[in-house]
Design a protein around this ligand. Structure first.
Ligand code: NDP
Ligand code: HSE
Length: 438
């Protein structure tokens, strides 16, 4: 059979890695796909830039539309990133009946509903395994492997850069900026690294996972996002004293009134496997009714781990070239006309436990006043620790672990506590998840 001709838009970290993996494993890939995959064309911004891959034998252009419009290209691989030019390119490829593979989570999370509906109308596939958790085949696992289950919740470390930063800060005492610069050098970070540290990249990925898990349209604009910049070594130490680790988690849960969709720093018990996922590694814990908990672990970023997912999608697309579009695996796991528009819960309605740290004047009765206010708002306490007096004056840090509470009740209680004369500075709060397979 003739090789399938593909065009790659972007030969940076992921594009270069993809060319290398396709070249090195060409024999195995052909045996799996049934046809050879030939990188016929590729586009870059600068023709002079040094590349991590060999570009010999491919037509290089600075105009990505030249590839999208080329009649002999069967599959377009979008590895430029962003959601403007990439969107135009992908929609244009779909209109011309070409299949698309992309690693672009921003594009899928923000414009996936429009892109999948265009793809369905044209009978083409848009594959995006690399968009979530780099090399971990979690999209395939959720979409196909768990197709018999009702998924209750999933929680994941889904940004390699922020996990790398947290780990290096905790284990080696390195500064935030120093570790971020290294993550950029290693090709882990997004073009705009605030996407990594503010939780936007994780929210993109969580949006995609939630859609596939629960059969809902992509709702990125309703995801709650909190970054990890405010975390301090004091937080990490206090959490450790209580038997917890802090991870920047994406959590999607099917709750009574809707779907929880939230990204924020989270205390998790240190005995959980996922609490020990360090560096650039990612992991997604999925709790489903039939199978129970399953954990997916692997490299969340980097050239070849991500290329592994891109190439797996290419093999799937090549195998599907001859199948009837109606009988392909649906883009979002559920049939397009069976998606349910379940509401996303506002963060104030989320039910979770909390770690709190407040600085109180070292005088009698303060602790009793604080616990009384919490009690009046229906918040019960799991643990309370009064630490040694603060080195900068007559204040003592008080660390509290609450039981589960609806967030708006906690907000009201904390507003009242913060107004007490005996309480100094702002109150630190970090959500706590036990991740138990109920
Ligand atoms: P890079 O910045 O390394 O590569 C981007 C490529 O696109 C480069 O070749 C660049 O050209 C080209 N490019 C950028 N802007 C334009 C433009 N305006 N017009 C034409 N070409 C352009 O990005 P990555 O490879 O890291 O990321 C690519 C995609 O993969 C993104 O969507 C990212 O979120 C996603 N991703 C990345 C992972 C990673 O570990 N890096 C992991 C998983 C997903 P030139 O080289 O000439 O500058
Ligand atoms: N910037 C992303 C991360 C790349 O660090 O996880 C992988 O999606």
């Amino acid at each position: 059979m003739e090789p399938v001709k593909i065009g790659i838009l972007g030969l940076g970290t992921v594009g270069g890695g993809t060319v290398n993996v396709l070249g090195r494993n060409a024999g195995e890939i052909t045996r799996r796909a049934g046809r050879a995959i030939n990188v016929h064309m590729a586009s870059v911004r600068s023709l002079d830039k040094p590349r991590i891959c060999d570009t010999e034998g491919m037509l290089l252009t600075t105009d990505p539309f030249e590839i999208v419009n080329a009649p002999d290209i069967d599959v377009v691989v979008e590895l430029i990133g962003g959601s403007t030019l990439a969107k135009d390119l992908v929609l244009s490829a779909i209109r011309q009946g070409k299949h698309v593979v992309t690693a672009n989570k921003a594009l899928i999370a923000e414009h996936g509903n429009e892109i999948f509906s265009a793809a369905q109308a044209q009978g083409v596939t848009v594959a995006f395994e690399a968009a979530v958790a780099g090399g971990i085949p979690v999209i395939k696992a959720l979409r196909e492997g768990l197709a018999g289950n009702t998924i209750k919740w999933l929680a994941g470390i889904i940004n390699g850069t922020s996990n790398f930063i947290l780990t290096e800060m905790r284990d080696k005492g390195r500064s935030f900026d120093d570790v971020l610069a290294e993550a950029q050098k290693l090709g882990y970070a997004e073009a705009d690294p605030t996407f990594d540290v503010e939780g936007i990249d994780a929210a993109h990925k969580l949006t995609i996972l939630a859609s596939i898990a629960f059969g809902i349209p992509l709702k990125f604009d309703q995801a709650y996002t909190e970054g990890m910049r405010e975390l301090t070594t004091q937080d990490v130490e206090d959490a450790a004293d209580l038997g917890f680790r802090i991870k920047h988690l994406g959590i999607a849960r099917r709750a009574a009134g809707g779907i929880e969709l939230r990204v924020h720093p989270t205390l998790i018990p240190e005995r959980r496997l996922i609490a020990n996922v360090d560096g650039v590694m990612n992991a997604i814990l999925v709790n489903a009714d039939a199978v129970g908990p399953t954990l997916y672990y692997g490299a969340g970023a980097g050239a070849e781990p991500t290329a592994s997912a891109v190439v797996a999608d290419l093999v799937d697309v090549v195998r599907a070239l001859t199948t009837d579009p109606e009988n392909r695996v649906p883009h979002l796991a559920f049939q397009a006309d069976a998606l349910e528009d379940i509401p996303v819960l506002p963060i104030e309605d989320v039910d979770t436990a909390y770690f709190l740290r407040l600085l109180a004047k070292d005088q009698p009765g303060v602790l009793a006043t604080v616990t009384k206010i919490l009690g009046e708002h229906g918040i019960s306490i799991e643990a309370i620790v009064q630490k040694a007096p603060h080195e900068h004056g007559d204040v003592v840090p008080i660390v509290i672990l609450t039981h589960n509470v609806i967030e708006k009740s906690l907000n009201s209680a904390l507003a009242e506590i913060a107004g007490l004369n005996e309480i100094q500075d702002s109150i630190k709060r970090i959500r706590v998840e036990y991740l138990e397979a109920d």
